[in-house]
Design a protein. Structure first.
Ligand SMILES: NC(=O)c1ccc[n+]([C@@H]2O[C@H](COP(=O)([O-])OP(=O)(O)OC[C@H]3O[C@@H](n4cnc5c(N)ncnc54)[C@H](O)[C@@H]3O)[C@@H](O)[C@H]2O)c1
Length: 366
């Protein structure tokens, strides 16, 4: 069957990851277009990745008949509008995490894609990260007995672009940015069970001068079978990206450190080009990663999504997945605001951005 023709919206950090992922699966997909508003960025990206068409307006990319599937790697506040426009243009959508800002947007995105008969795929690469997939396979085989606790942590020194720090554009801080991965991960790992309650402790510990968002949080999710997910999200950990999981059952446990655990413990007095995302230095002791995209699962994710477009596989991460995460995000912020567990379903209407539920807890009334 023919390759799925992909257009990328956005041209910086995540756009490069998606481009690398698509180029790693030439039998399934190819890059045909990119759109980015900053003058020169789309053209530079197109040159860097060998993409034939570059646009400054994503609407032009949506009009390009070559494009079958778009990947949205624009800031969070734009995900919903771009998805809805793409659906109207008959394009399948891969949307980066978090799905959007509000639950109303999540529902509108799902409805628009359903009405247009296009796929809405949610880009949670942890479902495809080989080390984590192995942990889940062992858990599903019964290796750990009944799993009662799953932990996931994503921690680094803070985002690379200014819009992440501006809650009006991002919707929240470290929990919106990093916690969304852990929420999706625990839910997926435990078999997509219903979430019963959410508790979250949030604080701005270090970056008060830079953001109104939380830069440090612990979120606890209780699932319908009593199992617990615990998610650590931090923008306050120098030393490079840290992504790891721990899984506990009555018959065993496993630990997986996605990046440092696969890296080369290295000492260099002079330094070298690149160690790992967000590491400030390559001098002294460092943990350079290899096959970084593969370890995250980006090519595996795009392969699955391309095969979904061709009807060869059924999506394991879709708009509904993103919506589950979005509801837990709401509950996490509301919990931090109220200082207590929040029970699900939880859908306070008219919330402008999830972080308001923390900063202005009265917004949480249904
Ligand atoms: N899955 C992951 O692990 C992962 C990692 C990083 C980022 N992300 C997500 O990807 C998205 C982008 O993050 P990033 O790190 O690439 O940000 P970034 O700031 O590096 O890039 C954002 C891009 O969006 C473009 N953009 C802004 N307005 C636009 C518009 N109107 N139309 C089209 N493009 C527009 C910018 O020009 C830029 O190219 C975010 O939602 C983020 O949460 C996911």
């Amino acid at each position: 069957m023919s390759k799925v023709r992909v257009g990328i919206v956005g041209s910086r950090f995540q756009a490069d990851c998606i481009a690398g992922a698509v180029k790693a699966i030439p039998e399934e997909a190819e890059l045909v277009a990119v759109a980015s508003p900053t003058k020169g960025n789309a053209a530079a990206f197109a040159k860097r990745h060998g993409v034939p068409n570059a646009y400054t307006d994503y609407q032009d990319l949506l009009r390009d008949p070559q494009v079958e599937l778009i990947s949205i790697t624009a800031p969070n506040r734009l995900h919903a509008q771009i998805t809805i426009d793409a659906a109207k243009a008959g394009k399948h959508v891969v949307c980066e995490k978090p799905l959007c800002i509000t639950l109303e947007e999540a529902d509108a995105m799902i409805d628009a894609c359903k009405a247009a008969g296009v796929l809405l795929l949610y880009a949670e690469e942890l479902f495809f990260a080989p080390k984590y997939v192995k942990a889940k396979q062992m858990a599903d085989e019964g290796a750990f007995g009944r799993v009662h606790l799953v932990k996931q942590g994503e921690k680094h020194s803070g985002p690379h672009s200014s819009w992440f720090w501006d809650v009006a554009q991002s919707g929240g801080g470290a929990v919106m940015d990093l916690g969304c991965h852990g929420i999706a991960f625990c839910w997926w790992f435990l078999g997509k069970l219903k979430v019963k309650s959410v508790y979250s402790q949030m604080a701005t510990q270090v970056h008060r001068d830079r953001t109104q968002g939380e830069d440090e949080a612990i979120t606890i999710i209780e699932f319908e079978n009593g199992a617990v997910g615990m998610i650590e999200s931090s923008w306050n950990r120098p030393g490079g990206m840290d992504d790891s999981i721990e899984v506990f059952g009555d018959k065993g446990q496993t630990y997986a450190d996605m990046l440092m655990g696969n890296a080369l413990p290295t000492y260099s007095e002079v330094g070298f080009g690149y160690a790992v995302e967000k590491a400030a230095t390559t001098k002294g002791w460092t943990y350079p990663v290899f096959e970084e995209h593969w370890n995250y699962g980006f090519p595996q994710e795009m392969r699955h999504f391309a095969r979904c477009v061709r009807g060869k596989e059924q999506p394991i991460s879709d708009g509904e997945t993103g919506r589950v995460v979005q509801e837990v995000l709401y509950a996490a912020y509301a919990s931090a605001g109220q200082g207590r567990k929040v029970m699900l379903p939880f859908y306070p209407k008219g919330v402008t951005k999830p972080i308001d539920l923390w900063r202005m807890p009265d917004r949480a009334s249904p």
